[in-house]
Design a protein around this ligand. Structure first.
Ligand code: PRP
Ligand code: URA
Length: 208
């Protein structure tokens, strides 16, 4: 796995506000979407482009277009949904799948409860969306399911990553690229990222 840390100054600024326990649900949602968009720009830095002719007020020239049909965004429910709006502002026609996974709080193992993806997903570049890469159990489960379906090109966009999860993904899926806004210190005894931002699902959807 190739791990790309996008920790530019604007990203650090926004990540620090996300960390704060004092940040409201409204601001947390807005920043999560903005960060997802920034990471997606980086992830598509060298994406293939279609050429077309565009006419400026001065003359005709070559224009370049991303083909939105090449991509599928796959948020891991629930917290991954918090990254979707930001991405759709940038790629409004992108297709979306949904995968429902939750971590069993005792075992920390992911439990699948929902899966629905666009047709011909095997030919698309799939971006798994989840703000948290902690033990990597959820990400590994999602990748495994996509591989079983024949998906070759898989990337992941996350906001906070733990070294333990990054290592596991690197060992098991060297061909999956992860784009993260922050590489944090470690996991605590409950599998939470330290310092992290707490429970991302609860903070996004106001369930606690
Ligand atoms: C969180 C998070 C990830 C997972 C990360 O989801 O959104 O999906 O934990 O942890 P892992 O890397 O150890 O698997 P959670 O299970 O809390 O479900 P939720 O999104 O419904 O709150
Ligand atoms: N899931 C979260 O929401 N937060 C963490 O720190 C780890 C897993």
């Amino acid at each position: 796995m190739s791990f790309k840390l996008i920790d530019t100054s604007p990203v650090r600024h926004k990540i620090s506000i996300l960390r704060s326990a004092a940040t409201t649900t409204k601001v947390f949602r807005e920043l999560a979407g903005e960060l997802a968009q920034i990471l997606c720009y980086e992830a598509l830095r060298d994406a293939p482009l279609k050429l077309y002719e565009v006419t400026s007020p001065i003359c005709a020239t070559t224009g370049y277009a991303l083909d939105e049909n090449d991509y599928v965004f796959l948020p891991i429910l629930r917290a991954g949904l918090g990254l979707v709006d930001g991405l759709l502002k940038f790629m409004p026609n992108a297709r979306l799948g949904h995968i429902g996974l939750y971590r069993d709080e005792a075992t920390l193992k992911p439990v699948k409860y929902y899966y629905k993806v666009p047709s011909e997903i095997e030919n698309k570049h799939v971006f798994i969306l989840d703000p948290m890469l902690a033990t990597a159990g959820s990400a590994l489960a999602a990748i495994e399911i996509l591989r079983e379906q024949g998906v070759k090109q898989i990337s992941m966009i996350c906001l906070f990553a733990a070294p333990e999860g990054v290592k596991k993904l690197e060992e098991q899926y060297p061909d999956v690229t992860v784009y993260a806004a922050s590489l944090d210190e470690r996991l605590n005894e409950n599998g939470y990222i330290v310092p992290g931002c707490g429970d991302a699902g609860d903070r996004l959807w106001g369930t606690k």
